[in-house]
Design a protein around this ligand. Structure first.
Ligand SMILES: O=C(O)[C@@H](O)[C@@H](O)[C@H](O)[C@H](O)CO
Ligand SMILES: [Mg+2]
Length: 402
């Protein structure tokens, strides 16, 4: 069996997605996601100019060998572009293998560990009142776990506050828009939000919060400690994690569970965090961290230390990644939770899929493969539009972490 052809499809049904389709000489094809929000075309070039020519003629059944070939063979290891390109190939090859086996992907991974996958949705609002209302709407929709973000007084376009109720897309302009940040205000405000949420809805639902890399380790430790009475499911990205040691400071001061990993690309980015038990949830996902082959390795390492998974699932991860993630989540023994930010109708039309949402959970389908396809004709109706993620500046004009 041979890879006969491969192509990259760029489509923008409301936001940009980069999709790889690998075709074999036996008529079976596989689909992979290669989207990197705000830097999409870098991965397109990497795939078209440097990966596809090497793939033609290879045996698509040799998933592990092709992974090693692309990782070791590039010589320049790791990084978000390389690892997304590898991820796209890996997803497409698992899709092909599962289609050939006539099985849904989770069966090839080892079979079902659970009946359904708990997800969390994103509730947000311009202020505490609006956010509390939005959380109520998610509870009414059946969600068991909800992430809550609110506008912060004096902060322009605070992270996590969307324009619509169900959809949030931060990459919103042809050049990066400038948002604000004020740690003092956030430290005053965020605990009030969670106090109000617990007063209003009690403790039956899981509540989550994303710090989006904004706090120093000391500030993050302080926030984690103040939030303890509200029993969060997790506090995410409380401080930047390039320096994995930074989490020790946070960890030493709070029992609030910590999650990190949406911008990690390999096991090396989280090895120390996991081995030193500095986190509770690892948020790497299929597209960001080298595909199913590599994510499985990360999850296995995490399982030794009782660290559970919590795959990133924002809208910039296409339905293809969501499909793969759900098969992974259905199998992985140390599953924690899955993020689920709904795609728009236009996106769902371009990517027909068999996963469904019911009662606060997602269910992967039983179609052979990962269960997500691309309608190329519909995809062609939505040409690429440059869209950048925002940047953040402090009140005095200094650049900060968005
Ligand atoms: O937890 C999350 O979902 C976020 O941190 C994302 O919304 C993130 O900002 C986007 O994926 C960036 O593209
Ligand atoms: Mg996040």
């Amino acid at each position: 069996m041979k890879i006969q052809d491969a192509k990259v499809i760029v489509t923008s049904p409301g936001r940009n997605f980069v999709t790889l389709k690998i075709l074999t000489d036996q008529g079976v094809y596989g689909i992979g996601d290669a989207t990197m929000n705000g830097r999409e075309l870098a991965v397109v070039t990497y795939l078209q100019d440097h990966v596809i020519p090497c793939l033609i003629g290879m045996d698509p059944r040799r998933i592990e060998d092709i992974w090693q070939y692309l990782y070791r063979g590039a010589y320049w290891r790791r990084g978000p572009v390389t690892m997304r390109a590898i991820a796209a190939v890996d997803m497409a090859l698992w899709d092909i293998k599962a289609k050939m086996a006539g099985m849904p992907l989770y069966q090839l991974l080892g079979g079902r560990s659970r009946d359904r996958v708990m997800v969390y949705g994103h509730a947000n609002g311009a202020d505490i009142g609006e956010t509390v209302e939005a959380v109520g709407q998610y509870i009414d929709m059946g969600y068991k776990a909800i992430r809550a973000q609110s506008g912060v007084p004096g902060v322009k376009d605070a992270y996590g506050v969307g324009r619509g109720k169900l959809h949030y897309e931060p990459a919103d302009a042809a050049l990066p828009s400038v948002t604000g940040w004020d740690t003092r205000q956030a430290l005053n405000h965020v605990p009030k939000l969670f106090e109000k949420l617990r007063d209003t809805y009690g403790f039956d639902h899981h509540l989550l919060h994303d710090g989006h890399h904004r706090y120093t380790p000391q500030e993050a430790a302080n926030l984690g400690k103040i939030l303890e009475p509200y029993q969060l499911f997790w506090l995410e990205d409380c401080t930047p994690a390039e320096n994995q040691e930074a989490f020790r400071i946070v960890r030493q001061h709070t029992t609030t569970p910590l999650a990190v990993g949406e911008i990690f690309n390999t096991i090396w980015d989280c090895k120390d965090l996991i081995q030193n038990q500095l986190i509770d949830y690892i948020r790497c996902t299929v597209v960001g961290a080298g595909g199913i082959t590599h994510l499985r390795r990360i999850a296995d390492l995490a399982s030794l230390y009782q660290v559970r998974t919590g795959c990133h699932g924002a809208t910039d991860l296409s339905p293809v990644t969501m499909g793969c993630a759900l098969h992974f989540d259905t199998w992985v023994p140390n599953f924690g939770i899955q993020e689920y930010m709904r795609h728009t109708e236009a996106t769902d039309e371009v990517f027909p899929h068999d996963y469904i949402f019911a009662d606060g959970h997602l269910h992967c389908g039983e179609t052979p493969g990962h269960g997500v396809d691309i309608d190329e004709e519909k995809a062609a109706r939505h040409p690429y539009k440059p869209a950048y993620l925002p940047v953040a500046r402090l009140g005095d004009g200094s650049m900060w972490n968005w």
